[in-house]
Each structure stands twice: as C-alpha cells, then as structure tokens.
Design a binder for this molecule. Structure first.
Ligand SMILES: [Zn+2]
Length: 150
C-alpha cells in the first residue's frame, strides 16, 4: 500500500462514520482504494438526497480537521464481539478460524476490524471530495466514490 493509499484507506473509515450517522447505513458491502481514489459501498435502499451527500462530505471533512486519533488494537474475537457486537464487521466475512482481531477505532465515530495499516490521526487524511454516487437498486447497494483533495 502506497503512502497515498494509506491515507485513502484511512479516509474510508472516517467516511463510514459519516455515512452511518447521516444515512443509518450500517453494513459495508465492499471497499476499494486506488491511489487517491476510494469507494465505499454500503447496503442502502434508495438514492441519497443532495443534502445528505453534502452533509456526509462535510461531516467527514470536519472529523478529519478535528485531528482525532485512529486507535488500533488487537482483541480476542469473542471479547470484541461481546464488547462491540456486530458493529466491527462488514459484509465480507472474517474466516471462522481467525480468533484474534485487529480493531481500528475512531472514538465516537466508527469501529471496524481491519487488517490494513492506517494513519495515526485523521488530520493526515487531508480533505475528501465526494463524487457522484451510484445507487444499485437490484443489489440494494449505494456506491460512494471520493477523491482525496491535495
Ligand atoms: Zn482499515
């Protein structure tokens, strides 16, 4: 993962918190990162409004500017599930044989088990700009594209 992709991947965690807050979309179906471009795909049942999108972008950038630490820690899977419930999971399953989870947490914002490396602080992400979203009715998925702004 390049230094740029480290930022883009970390931005996905910040974006996810905003998406959950604004849309209540809890489940991530997939994540794609390439250079400074990222895509977060969540389960959702409709096209988001322009207001919702601008709020998601604004809240993400506010959380970035706030300069919040991304906490990374390892936890026994059973303990993590007991503590955080299914909030740590996405729709792509963690194999059953994995018993120790790496968790990344932005306090009061988002939490996930994730094996990828992250920046230490949201401020390092810079700024994001949301692109035009794609709602796939047949799959019940909303794709949110974004770019890091230099
Ligand atoms: Zn991650």
């Amino acid at each position: 993962m390049s230094a740029e992709e480290l930022k883009t991947h970390s931005a996905v965690h910040v974006l996810k918190g905003a998406v959950q807050g604004v849309l209540g979309a809890k489940w991530t179906a997939s994540v794609h990162v390439s250079g400074s471009h990222g895509r977060l795909t969540v389960k959702f049942d409709r096209e988001p409004t322009a207001e919702e999108l601008s709020k998601i972008e604004r809240l993400t950038n506010e959380k970035v500017s706030e300069g919040v630490e991304l906490l990374e820690f390892e936890m026994e899977r059973q303990e993590a599930e007991g503590h955080f419930g299914d909030a740590i999971y996405d729709l792509f399953p963690v194999p059953p044989e994995v018993t120790l989870l790496k968790i990344v947490r932005i306090p009061d914002w988002s939490i996930n088990c994730c094996n990828e490396p992250h920046v230490d602080n949201t401020i390092q992400v810079g700024e994001i700009r949301l692109g035009k979203p794609r709602f796939r009715h047949s799959k019940g998925e909303l794709e949110l594209e974004f770019d890091l702004v230099e």
